[in-house]
Design a protein around this ligand. Structure first.
Ligand code: NAD
Ligand code: DAU
Length: 342
């Protein structure tokens, strides 16, 4: 049996990965270690806890808490850590960077220390295409310099540099994936698609930053989790791999497609003041991971349809969230912008 610790497993991509991995690897025991911040939600793992009783365990802890992490690694005889835990929202990093440094940088350091201290077989870091910074033309390759532009992407790049140093200095068994903009079920409704779908269902305005011509490479969450799993199984130690949807779109086009699927009017779109330091375009070259046998499978419109249906059919899940802490964040982030919207 393998004993895998999945940090941040109660969040969006982490919970989708936990479900996938328990199905794909019958010989795995999985321990989710999660602080349950505003973005962590045990509702995301409710079915998992029922279906995989005996192979799934949950520990509430902070990855920056060395004692708690070491105790869990010891207790569950962990051999592999897959780190999804992070503060993940760019806008929140602009409002308040502190937690990003504590979790994304210091927290990753603690996990690397656990990897070293306990001689783990693998530490895998779930990183992001945002570490490359703005990509006006061409496609980012894994050898490109890291030029992050937001406190969030800088915290993820800092974590990657620590990981690199642990490889070079201690020969730590590390791998990294750099995923692009991910969408699908269980995404906290603060990100472009999850926010706009749930706002549109309620006929609320959709606050589009700037001219809406920014480009993101949209990746369905199941393609992302398969990419991470593929690197865990077949990746070379010390290497980073891009995981992209090969699906570049302007924000405005993505939102128009979503509104068409939902049958809601484009008049819901409100152009608001842009995000400071907003990267115009991300685009990934995925050949390195393709060479290992992975490729994205989702057809964008089909995956978007499935995602929209999921939010329509699971309003219980996001209404609970939107009635809590979210309200204060929404006020800080959008009240003034929407009051001045075009
Ligand atoms: P999320 O915000 O939905 O989930 C983050 C999870 O981490 C939550 O369960 C939260 O409770 C937990 N967490 C936060 N701080 C913690 C701490 N100090 N200790 C333990 N747990 C903590 O994030 P997500 O969108 O699922 O992203 C997961 C990972 O993937 C992140 O590392 C992110 O940088 C990366 N990523 C995200 C995307 C995307 O489009 N969402 C794309 C590429 C990479
Ligand atoms: O690229 C990978 C990254 O994708 C991940 O590392 C991050 O964790 C994840 O949050 C995401 O970052 P983005 O900043 O690209 O995602 P977000 O959904 O916040 O924004 C997507 C685009 O939509 C971006 O150009 C900003 C724009 N946007 C976003 C929001 C929330 C708007 O126009 N209005 C909004 O209200």
């Amino acid at each position: 049996m393998k004993h895998i610790m999945i940090t941040g497993g109660a969040g969006f991509i982490g919970s989708n990965y936990v479900r996938y991995a328990l199905e794909a690897h019958p010989d795995w025991h999985i321990v989710v270690l999660d602080k349950l911040t505003y973005a962590g939600n045990l509702d995301n793992l409710k079915d998992v806890a029922e279906r995989f009783h005996g192979r799934y365990y949950f520990v509430q802890a902070d990855i920056a808490d060395r004692e708690a992490v070491f105790a869990a690694v010891r207790q569950y005889r962990i051999d592999t850590i897959v780190n999804f835990a992070a503060e993940s929202h760019v806008d929140r990093s602009i409002l308040d960077p502190d937690a990003f440094i504590k979790t994304d940088v210091y927290g990753t350091y603690v996990l690397l220390e656990a990897t070293r201290e306990f001689g783990l077989e693998r530490f895998h870091q779930v990183s992001t295409d945002e570490v490359y910074g703005d990509v006006p033309t061409g496609y980012s390759q894994e050898t490109d310099p890291l030029e992050p532009n937001s406190p969030y992407s800088a915290s993820k790049a800092a974590a990657e540099l620590l990981i690199r140093s642990y490889r070079v200095t201690y020969n730590a068994p590390v791998t990294v994936t750099r995923g692009s903009n991910t969408f699908g079920p269980y995404q906290y409704p603060e990100k472009l698609l999850s926010l706009f779908i749930t706002n549109a269902i309620d006929d609320q305005p959709l606050p589009l930053y700037g001219d809406g011509m920014q480009v993101r490479d949209w990746l369905y969450v199941m393609d992302h989790v398969r990419g991470i799993d593929h690197v865990l199984m077949h990746g070379q130690l010390g290497e980073a791999y891009n995981v992209g949807g090969e699906n570049e779109r302007h924000n405005i086009d993505v939102i128009r497609m979503m509104l068409r699927i939902l049958g809601k009017p484009e008049s819901l779109i409100k152009r608001v003041a842009d995000r400071p330091g907003h990267d115009r375009r991300y685009a990934l070259d995925t050949r390195k991971l393709r060479a290992l046998g992975w490729a994205p499978r989702a057809d964008f419109e089909g995956a978007l349809r499935e995602t929209v249906d999921w939010y329509v059919n699971n309003a219980w899940w996001w209404r609970k969230i939107k009635s809590g802490e979210f309200k204060e964040f929404y006020r800080r982030q959008y009240a003034e912008r929407l009051a001045q919207a075009v």
